[in-house]
Structures are given as structure tokens and as C-alpha cells.
Ligand binder design. Structure first.
Ligand SMILES: NC(=O)c1ccc[n+]([C@@H]2O[C@H](COP(=O)([O-])OP(=O)(O)OC[C@H]3O[C@@H](n4cnc5c(N)ncnc54)[C@H](OP(=O)(O)O)[C@@H]3O)[C@@H](O)[C@H]2O)c1
Length: 303
């Protein structure tokens, strides 16, 4: 009842095209053969018409009988036919046109791909520069400077206190920061007995109703702290660990006091990436009665 269906021959598009082309070539060659035969018969007829039947016997051209020129003209058309079949159609036929078209399309596709890749690259560069510009807008005019004292092992604090006492370092801190905004985390602020004189304190906290003495600016983010210091030509980030880490990508300068010793600590300064930061000055201080450790004042600028 459900007899097997007869399998229908499956010829794909390429095969069909090959067959069509072969048929076309056969037809062209057949037509050429017929032309050849007609030309031979015609040539014989023209010779007979002139020489035997005497048609146009008196007509000559350059001293030769007319049929010679008629045969030569016909031979020219026949050779033109041969040329078309064996040269033009063979080498510049449909297949040749298709191949040329495919080559052009492939070329165009490569160009489009190249252009696309170029656009992606350009877009990435634009996006990168936009992000950088955005981060720099607020700090463009002012030199946002990180000031920190860090040990060889990057230790900066323990139990919310500084680990060492180096009077020259404190003097330098006072000299550099006086008259400027000093931006700090709430914990660092609370490590001071009272606000430092002659400086505008900007304290960062997530606490909604944080109470600070009069004159202290309280903000809820680093961005707001930088914004609050925008009229200062050189606001300072003075710590601690959490704030240093967040501010490092936005800073233009680092004033580091490197204490040449290792300390136990609970707060650390991030590693300074020398592919981003270049050292611009370095002054060494020896150990003496007032200073228990050797240290160096090192300045870095963003490359
Ligand atoms: N050696 C040095 O040069 C140096 C300098 C400064 C400080 N220190 C030392 O560093 C230590 C303190 O550093 P730390 O890392 O513990 O604390 P910190 O950075 O001084 O302050 C951290 C606090 O800042 C606030 N905060 C941080 N990120 C915030 C954000 N994105 N938005 C809003 N608020 C934010 C939070 O306050 P809330 O909890 O109130 O929300 C957080 O608890 C101490 O030992 C200090 O002595 C050393």
C-alpha cells in the first residue's frame, strides 16, 4: 500500500549549470560547423558562377576576379565566427563573467571588512579617550596630588594610627598642604585630635548625618570631594588606604615619603605602577636623633 517512492534524481545547481554550459558549447560548435560547410559550398558556387556560368565575367578588382574578394570577405566572417567560438566564448563566456564578478564581490567584501575593523578600532579609541577625558575634566585645571608616607612593604597605618614619627616628613606635609583642600576618608579624619590649621578639610563618608566641626566639608563620594575642591589649583588626597586606592586613577601627582623599613600594618598603599608614573625627584634623608629610620622624598608625575 505504501509503496516506496521512486527516487527522483538530485542534480545540484552547479551540476545543472555545467550541463547547460556544455549544451550551449555543443550548439555553438554545431553552428560553426554548419557555417563552415555553407562557406565551402558557397565558395565553390561563387567560383562556378564566375568561371563556368560567366556571371560578372568582366568585373575585376585590382586585376583579379570578383569572386576571389567575395570568398575572402566571407572567409573573414567565418574566421571571426571561429574566433568567437574558440576564444571569446571559451575564455570570456558566462563562466568567465561569473568568476570575474565573484572576484570583484570578494574584493569588495575584503574592503568592507577592513573598513568595519577600522571603525571598531576607531570607536574603541574614541570611547577610551572619552572615558579618560571624563575622568580628567574635574581635575584638568587642578593638580590632584596624593600625599603619603609608606614603608618599603607599602605599610601606612596600624590601628587607625600612623606607625612612625618623622618630624621632617610632618614638616613637608605641612608645607605642601597648607592653604589647600585636603581630601580624606572618615577614618583618617577621626585619627586627628582636631582639624589641621590653615587647610580646608573634605571628609568622605557614607554616613548620612555625619557631624563634623564647623568649616569641615562632608561629602558622600570621592567625585563630590574632587568637585568640592575644584577651585583649588592643587587639592591633596591625604588618605587613608581606602581613599588612596580609589583616588589613584584620578591623581596627577604623588608626593611619597618612602620609609626605608618594613612594618607590621593593617593598612597599605597600592603598588606604584612605573608604567603609569614617572619619578621626577628623589631626596634621601639619613637616620639621626630626630629620625629613627632612613627615608626618601620621592615625587611622581603621571606619564
Ligand atoms: N601613612 C600615611 O601617609 C597615612 C595617611 C593617611 C592615613 N593613614 C592611615 O590609614 C589608616 C586609615 O585608612 P583606612 O583605609 O582604614 O580608612 P580611610 O580611607 O581613611 O577611611 C575609610 C572611610 O572612608 C569612607 N569611604 C571610603 N570610601 C568611600 C566612598 N566611596 N564613598 C563614601 N565614603 C567612603 C567610609 O567612611 P564611613 O565608614 O563613615 O562611611 C570608610 O569607612 C589609618 O591607620 C591612618 O593612620 C596613613
Amino acid at each position: 500500500m505504501f509503496g516506496k517512492k521512486k527516487p527522483t534524481p538530485q542534480i545540484d545547481k552547479d551540476q545543472l549549470e555545467l550541463i547547460e554550459n556544455a549544451q550551449k558549447r555543443i550548439k555553438q560548435k554545431k553552428r560553426l560547423y554548419i557555417h563552415f560547410v555553407v562557406f565551402l559550398i558557397g565558395a565553390v558556387f561563387l567560383i562556378i558562377a564566375n568561371t563556368v556560368l560567366g556571371i560578372g565575367k568582366d568585373v575585376t578588382l585590382f586585376g583579379k576576379e570578383w569572386f576571389l574578394f567575395a570568398i575572402l570577405i566571407w572567409l573573414f566572417f567565418f574566421l571571426y565566427h571561429v574566433f568567437n567560438v574558440f576564444i571569446t566564448h571559451k575564455f570570456m563566456g558566462k563562466a568567465w563573467e561569473k568568476a570575474q564578478l565573484e572576484k570583484l564581490v570578494a574584493k569588495q567584501q575584503t574592503r568592507i571588512d577592513k573598513l568595519k575593523a577600522g571603525f571598531v578600532k576607531e570607536e574603541t579609541l574614541i570611547a577610551q579617550s572619552e572615558v579618560y577625558n571624563e575622568s580628567q575634566t574635574k581635575t584638568k585645571k587642578n593638580k590632584l596630588t596624593i600625599i603619603v608616607a609608606a614603608a618599603e612593604n607599602d605599610a601606612i597605618g596600624l590601628g587607625n594610627k600612623l606607625i612612625w614619627h618623622l618630624s621632617d616628613d610632618l614638616k613637608r606635609f605641612k608645607n605642601l598642604t597648607s592653604g589647600h583642600h585636603i581630601i580624606m576618608g572618615r577614618k583618617t579624619f577621626e585619627s586627628f585630635p582636631k582639624p589641621l590649621p590653615n587647610r580646608i578639610h573634605v571628609v568622605i563618608t557614607r554616613q548620612q548625618n555625619y557631624k563634623a566641626p564647623e568649616g569641615v566639608i562632608v561629602v558622600s563620594s570621592l567625585e563630590d570631594a574632587i568637585d568640592a575642591s575644584k577651585n583649588d589649583s592643587q587639592p591633596f588626597i591625604i588618605g587613608g588606604g581606602e581613599i588612596y586606592r580609589q583616588a589613584l586613577p584620578f591623581a596627577n601627582k604623588i608626593e611619597l615619603t618612602r620609609v626605608h623599613h618594613n612594618f607590621e600594618a593593617d593598612t597599605y598603599f597600592p603598588k606604584i605602577d612605573t608604567s603609569v608614573w614617572k619619578e621626577t625627584s628623589n631626596t634621601f634623608h639619613k637616620k639621626d636623633e630626630e629620625h629613627d629610620y632612613e627615608f626618601s622624598f620621592i615625587s611622581y608625575e603621571r606619564k
